[in-house]
Design a protein around this ligand. Structure first.
Ligand code: G3I
Length: 330
């Protein structure tokens, strides 16, 4: 039977994928034999045609000390993608979180911090040059109210750091699609979505290349956007950039899960599939991992969980068949 990536391709998308972490996360596997079952699903090319490292390419891992680059973590997933013939979305060059402490703890002059950003992007995007289908160049630069987030980058350089990051990435890896990536920018009427549109417009006005907007889509089963909302938002970005993608999809449930909540969750996953298929610029959908025990959600939002598509015992959520059905109908 055809699986998610195959069906996504048949419906006109470039890929359906799942992010994954380095082996470290596997300490969280409920039983040792889960590794094998997990890998069998992850490596099944008809299920997932794309992957993203959930952690390994972030600044904290890639340049933990000034000029000391380390690609062990990132390579684990990049190599897995290459072996499995999967597209690799690379994540993330400039982000305020999981940043190496030395970047935050230094009092930079603007000139120094410019140098640090340029050197980091040369080091990391240069190392992965030619292997990344896309780069999340700047991640989560906005506050919930749509204004710029007061990160070390913004505090020292203002919005200039965003231009600098995209310009540098374009020079270093001209073939990668360059994305702005954020959460909470999936609804057409939100102030944060308006902020994302302004950010993209700012780059375009400055003549800086940006190819895509990534809607992370960390959604809630009990209060999720409609397909029409997702389509309207995506079309709004697509008026400015060549592509959009759902880059970190998961749909959290207030635990305990039950049939009703799993049904809401299924509908949410189906709406994302519908939106991506209906929007010409939408290239693909990435789950933020696919196996519930490896989800970030319960750590950060205690009492929430079951947000992915495979339960702990490797049976599938109703959302799986829901997405299959939707791909086949469209
Ligand atoms: O590396 C340490 C390890 O040494 C230690 O043993 C272990 C103990 O818990 O922690 C490890 O660090 C964890 C790290 O992931 C790497 O596994 C952190 O505690 C944990 O907080 C961190 O969480 C990641 C989170 O980003 C941090 O913000 C999640 O795995 C990752 O899925 C999540 O991904 C983000 C995207 O990058 C951006 N969008 C939101 C999304 C969800 O937060």
């Amino acid at each position: 039977t055809a699986q998610l990536h195959d069906l996504a391709k048949q419906a006109g998308l470039r890929y359906f994928g799942a992010a994954t972490d380095t082996p470290g996360q596997r300490e969280r596997a409920p039983y040792p034999e889960s590794y094998e079952q997990y890998d069998a699903i992850l490596n099944d090319a008809s299920e997932f045609g794309q992957t993203t490292p959930t952690n390994g390419q972030k600044w904290l891992f890639a340049e933990p000390q000034p000029r000391l680059f380390n690609f062990t973590e990132g390579d684990y997933v990049a190599d897995l993608a290459e072996r499995g013939g999967k597209l690799l979305r690379c994540h993330a060059l400039v982000w305020h979180s999981q940043l190496a402490p030395w970047v935050e703890e230094t009092e930079w002059t603007p000139e120094e911090l410019r140098g640090v950003i340029v050197r980091h992007i040369h080091g990391v995007a240069g190392y992965y040059k030619g292997r990344c289908h896309a780069w999340d160049v700047v991640n989560e630069a906005l506050e919930e109210d749509g204004t710029y987030r007061k990160s070390v980058f913004y505090n020292v350089l203002g919005e200039e750091y965003i231009k600098l990051a995209f310009q540098t990435a374009a020079e270093v890896d001209p073939d990668a699609k360059l994305y702005y990536n954020d959460y909470g920018i999936e609804r057409p009427d939100s102030v944060k979505t308006a902020g994302a549109v302004r950010l993209v417009q700012m780059l375009k006005d400055a003549g800086v290349r940006i190819d895509g907007v990534g809607m992370q889509a960390h959604l809630h089963a009990d209060n999720h956007p409609t397909a029409e909302d997702l389509i309207a938002t995506s079309e709004g970005y697509a008026a400015l950039v060549d592509e959009v993608a759902f880059t970190e999809l998961d749909v959290r449930i207030k635990m305990p899960a039950n049939d009703t909540k799993l049904e809401w969750q299924k509908e949410c996953y189906q709406k994302v599939v519908t939106a991506c298929v209906k929007v010409k610029a939408c290239v693909g959908i990435t789950l933020w991992d696919f196996y519930d025990p490896f989800s970030w959600v319960p750590d950060v939002f205690p009492g929430n969980g079951a947000s992915l598509v495979w339960f702990e015992d490797f049976t599938k959520h109703p959302a799986y068949d829901g997405m299959v059905e939707t791909f086949k109908q469209l």
